[in-house]
Structures are given as C-alpha cells and as structure tokens.
Write a protein that binds this ligand. Sequence first.
Ligand SMILES: *Cc1c(COP(=O)(O)O)cnc(C)c1O
Ligand SMILES: [Zn+2]
Length: 408
Amino acid sequence: MRTTDAFVALRCVDCDARHDPATVTHRCPDCGGITDPEYDLDAVDLSREELESRPFDSLWRYEELLPFPREAAVSMGEGATPLVECPTLADRMGVGAVYVKDEGRNPTGTFKDRGQTGAVTAAVEHGADAIALNSAGNAGQAAAAYAARAGLDSHVFLPDRAGFTQKAMTEVHGGDLRIAKGEITDAGAEYAATMEQGAEGADAGWYSTKTFVTPYRHDVKKTMAYETIEQLDWDVPDAVVYPTGGGVGLVGMHKAATEFRELGFTDSLPGMYAAQAEGCAPVVRAWDEGADAHEAWEEITTVCNGIAVPDPGASPWILDAIEESGGGAVATSDEAILDAAIEVARTEGIEVGATCASAVSGAFELAERGEFGPDDTVVLLNTGAGNKDVDTLRSHLGAREEAADEAA
Ligand SMILES: *Cc1c(COP(=O)(O)O)cnc(C)c1O
Ligand SMILES: [Zn+2]
C-alpha cells in the first residue's frame, strides 16, 4: 500500500489504540470504535509559500497531509472549489464578510466527492474489487462515480426518499442500486444485513466506503478547511457554518484547522457551527442540552435529504469539535431553509442546494442571536449544487407564489 510519509497510524478515537493502516482497513479491531488517520506533523516538510506555489487544481495538492500520495489517487480533480464573497449576505447578517465555499463545483456536484476520492483510493490500495455503502444519496452517487473510474464494482444502498438524480446517476455510473423503503437508517439496515458475516457482501469482500466506517472520508474532506484558510490568505474565519448530517465534514474541517495551527501556518481555530433542519436535529438538541452524545431522532419531517440523518454515530466527536472550536449549533425550519436558498440564488447568483441552505438560514438565525461580531468573517458551506434539488426548490417557489396570490 502506498501511503504518505507523515501518515503513521490509524488511531481509535474511543480506546486510543494505534493500528497499522496496511492491515486495519476500517473500524478499531479492539473495540469497534471510529479510526482516525494520525500524522507525524514534524515529518511534514511544507510551508505556506510552498503551498501557494502549487496550482490550485485539486485537493491532492495537500498530499503531504493526506493518507495517500497524489500518484495513487483515484481522482477527477475534485476539491479546489471557489470561495465566493457574498456582500449582500454580509450586509443582511451585519458581519464583516460572508463567503460561500461552493462545493457544488465538484465532479458529481457535491463535497461527497472529497470523501470518495479518499475512500475509493484506499479500496484500490487494499486490493478490493468492489465497494459498498449506504447513503442518503449524494455519497452513493459519488461512490459509484469513483468506483467506475477505478474499475471497481459499487453496491449502493439508498432510501427511497433519495433524489431522482442521485438514484439515476448511481445506475448511469454502473452501480448496483438497492433501494430501501424509508430513511437512511433503513438503507443502513439492508446494507448491514448484506455485509454481515456469511452474507453476500462479506463473501464477496465488498470494501466499505460508508461514513465513519472508512477512516478516509472525514480525513480527506478536511481539505475544505485547508483550502478556505489558504483562499483567505491564511486568515482563519471566525465562523464556519456547516449543514450537518453525519458530521463527517465538520469533524474533518476541525481536524484540518488544528493541523494548520500545529504546523504554525495559523494561530487560531474557526468556530465550527452545526446547522440542521428542525425536522431532524439530533446534534443541535444534544448541543442545546449540553449532552455528550445525541439521542436518535424519532420522526424525520424535513425535505433536506442530505442532513436527514437521525442517528449520527459520531455525535460525541462532533460535539467535541464544536466545543473545542468555540462554535455552536442551530436548527431552522424547512421554510426558512428553502427561502434562504432562493434568496442566495436571487441576490448572489449562487445555486445553493436545499440541504445546504440550512447553513444560510442557520447563519441568519445565529446573526440574529448576536452570535457574530460586526467584523466577523463567516464561511457558509454550500455542500452541494442547487441543481441536484431542483424539484424541492421549484415546488417551494410554487407554494410561495400560490400563497402570495391567495393573499392578494
Ligand atoms: C451528506 C451531505 C451533508 C452532510 O454531510 P456530513 O458531513 O455527513 O454531515 C450535507 N449536505 C449535503 C449536500 C450532503 O450530501
Ligand atoms: Zn478502539
């Protein structure tokens, strides 16, 4: 297996055991905990100037801080997305500057490509010939795309509520699409039954690229923070508002900001804010109650599929990252979320996904609560392209117009 020099071990976040990434591929063999790639940052020979001299062409430009070298990467030029300044939003929020990190410009239209370039590269390096995962939709589509590029089979378990684009493109990429009735957790149950000892997936050696089962999704998604900080000329934003489902990106970005600080590139951490929909907000509820972990959300009542994750297993880690970074958590209604997507499209031109707009409406709410200062720099993650959610956005617009007609 080709790994980078500084990548020294997989550390279990639960029992702290260190494992050899050549033999341990997923969770901790001792306790079942989530594993996290650990780097010996003293072994990293990198400076701000060196990074600035590289083309801004793909997330693999940070290869010294990633598990695999660029030459091993199954890549389509993912990452290196624009950070777009939004003066109208800054005005409306009463802060110094607002930027949208536009992850919609990735190969399959979401930041899930960052996770799958990492996880599918790991699968290839471990000699797998098939991958499998359950997903709310976007990760499944991204996995099918990267598997296709690597010449692997992909087995993608989605809930029936997943979007048409995500289901269709999974099959267009040649993925084996399996639809479960219900939510991401139901797709997860079918995935688990198939992956169990003695079942189809286990027999065939399917390599999991599932959230927090592979250690390489959060660790490669962390590049969103590297890029953002470099795009701000090494200024650390005061707040990053992130549409939170499983929390992969939030945990990853916090890790990245910590690494940059340890390398001496920066001297502070951005406050990480988890944005959720009121119809599925287990992380926000846990944060508000001061709990160490979430309790599973009973009934999902949001149309924001990407963050309709009722039982995010990494919640203790998410809550730690929020706490350590001086961030927070906020939930807003679907109406506020979809209104925010339309507002950004109309004032800034940026096409924000329905799920992703929870970061925008969440930031409005945080601003209203006085969470931001007048000179603060606030970064909103547009985790996916608006055109993945055209039906949801258009029907909200239709409902608004109807209501306005009735009122007139
Ligand atoms: C998956 C997804 C999220 C949530 O990501 P996590 O890192 O798992 O919290 C947010 N937005 C979109 C568009 C997604 O596809
Ligand atoms: Zn462990």
